[in-house]
Design a protein around this ligand. Structure first.
Ligand code: ATP
Length: 307
């Protein structure tokens, strides 16, 4: 059996005229934190829904723990802790009622850990879910995803609604601890600095296509941010091998590229420019450079999901 917790092969998904996923293949090994990044409408939630068996692969295949999530929902869902993007919790319940209710579904529920998380997240057990703030709801959703200590934690935009302190100090620590215990985390996020802080691997979706999937460190090491200075103002953008984006004007230009630095310097010199600064770009800069055509799609509420 494969030691990949998640194996997606050639997965495509269309909603009428919208291609939400386009021939995506992705493997997630056990014990790592995978950050799934992409702009609005990139396909992150659609991919996650396939992992949970909420959508059936119409083209390609999805395996989680070697199982098809649609054919074997119990085998898959029993091992996943999931936080949905819209935090759909039963509004009429109180916090403690939801915890008791959720516990019944998971034999591995850890009541002591649930109580500890409830304290950390500062949630009142008697408060009704409908009266919780957005941030409190996000924390409660996270608690229910975590307290059965799932081998796979799937978090769709876990930061949304959380304040900076909870995001930075609590969420990041929890995610790291899960991976340190040999469990696997897949989380989607718009916050690239956060992904850069916690993820081991990163998968980048754009318009349904996987544009990059690698170790975070490899992604950062294989890209460069170069500042070029020309002796004379240049009217045209410099062209360097592997250039992903180029901003600037006149004598100074900043280029994000994916290439060998010696070749880049040589190409810059050939074009009459000097490399005055060479730095590693942030993940955010790599992302923006890779998707610089900026296409995003809006949700058409009339379109139906066909599981
Ligand atoms: P966001 O960060 O905005 O949540 P996302 O990366 O999670 O975006 P998805 O929700 O997977 O993106 O959407 C991918 C594309 O598929 C979008 O163009 C969206 O409009 C479309 N889409 C998703 N679900 C449906 C649906 N049920 N019916 C019709 N179109 C859909």
């Amino acid at each position: 059996m494969s030691d990949h917790v998640i194996e997606i092969k050639h997965l495509s998904r269309r909603f009428r005229r919208t291609t939400a996923l386009d021939d995506v293949s992705l493997e997630v090994p056990a014990g790592i934190v995978m950050g799934l990044v992409g702009g609005n409408g990139a396909g992150k939630t659609t991919l996650i829904k396939h992992l949970l068996g909420l959508l059936k692969a119409k083209s390609g295949s999805v395996r989680v723990f070697g199982l098809d999530p649609v054919r074997d929902p119990v085998g898959v869902l029993g091992r996943i802790g999931y936080l949905s993007e819209d935090r759909d919790l039963p509004q009429w319940m109180r916090v403690d009622e939801l915890l008791n209710f959720t516990q019944a579904y998971f034999p591995n529920w850890d009541p002591a850990y649930a109580a500890e998380l409830r304290e950390t997240f500062d949630l009142d057990p008697k408060q009704r879910i409908k009266s919780l703030s957005r941030g409190q709801t996000a924390r409660l959703g996270l608690l229910t995803a975590l307290a059965h200590r799932p081998p796979l934690l799937v978090l769709d935009e876990p930061s949304s609604g959380l304040d900076a302190v909870v995001r930075r100090d609590i969420l990041a620590a929890i995610i790291r601890t899960v991976a340190d215990e040999g469990r696997t985390v897949l989380f989607s996020s718009h916050l690239l600095d956060e992904v850069e802080r916690v993820a081991d691997r990163v998968a980048m979706l754009h318009n349904g296509q996987l544009v990059l999937s690698d170790q975070l460190q490899t992604v950062l090491d294989s890209h460069s941010r170069l500042t070029l200075r020309f002796a004379e103002p240049s009217q045209t953008k410099p062209t360097l091998p592997g250039a992903l984006s180029c901003d600037g004007s006149g004598q100074e230009w900043t280029v994000i590229c994916n290439g060998q630095i010696d070749e880049l310097r040589a190409a810059a010199t050939e074009q009459g420019a000097e490399v005055v600064e060479h730095a590693k770009p942030s993940l955010d800069e790599v992302f923006v450079a890779r998707i610089h055509d900026g296409g995003s799609r809006s949700i058409d509420a009339d379109q139906e999901v066909n599981p």
